[in-house]
Design a protein around this ligand. Structure first.
Ligand SMILES: [Zn+2]
Ligand SMILES: [Zn+2]
Length: 159
């Protein structure tokens, strides 16, 4: 059991990079009071350097980036229907091995959502930023980005 301060957003409200706070990478099971007791309650895992550099690079190219899910504890990953060995769950103590996050791009969307090249351009920009794992979710409107060792791309048309 991790000490309580790990779970308190107040203590995780520290600036990790120019535009992202440590708390933005927390497990979202802590955001749901009903599951808080049973799961990790919002533990934070620090993504690796190359992931954070890619994230900042991406932000400089597309504007604001919202993280809807980064680290997931085992139970929360199961709860949201994540792959059993999802990159969201792969970590070593307090540090994620490859880093993973589901991202929304509100400023980029405002300008380009609905255009023919929207997804293709976004994929290119994410790749250029340094991410190796990219899964685009057309319906949900977000992109999964990680720094796995072998490049992977998938475009999900449904769900
Ligand atoms: Zn959790
Ligand atoms: Zn994801």
């Amino acid at each position: 059991m991790a000490p309580d301060f790990i779970h308190n957003p107040k203590y995780n409200d520290i600036q990790l990079t120019d535009h992202f706070k440590l708390s933005e990478f927390r497990c979202r099971c802590g955001d749901k009071p009903s599951t808080r007791i049973y799961y990790c309650g919002g533990g934070v895992i620090v993504p690796p350097n190359d992931f954070l550099i890619a994230l900042e690079k991406l932000r400089s190219l597309v504007g604001m980036v919202l993280i809807s899910s980064a680290y997931r504890c085992y139970h929360w990953n199961k709860f949201v229907g994540g792959e059993p060995k999802s990159y969201h769950t792969q970590f070593n103590m307090r540090f994620s091995k490859y880093g993973a996050a589901d991202l929304f791009f509100p400023e980029y969307d405002k300008q380009f959502k609905g255009t023919d090249s929207y997804w293709l351009t976004l994929r290119q920009v994410i790749q250029d930023s340094g991410f190796t794992g990219i899964i685009q979710y057309k319906i949900a409107g977000h992109c999964h980005c990680d720094c796995r060792p072998t490049p992977y791309f998938e475009f999900k048309n449904k769900k």
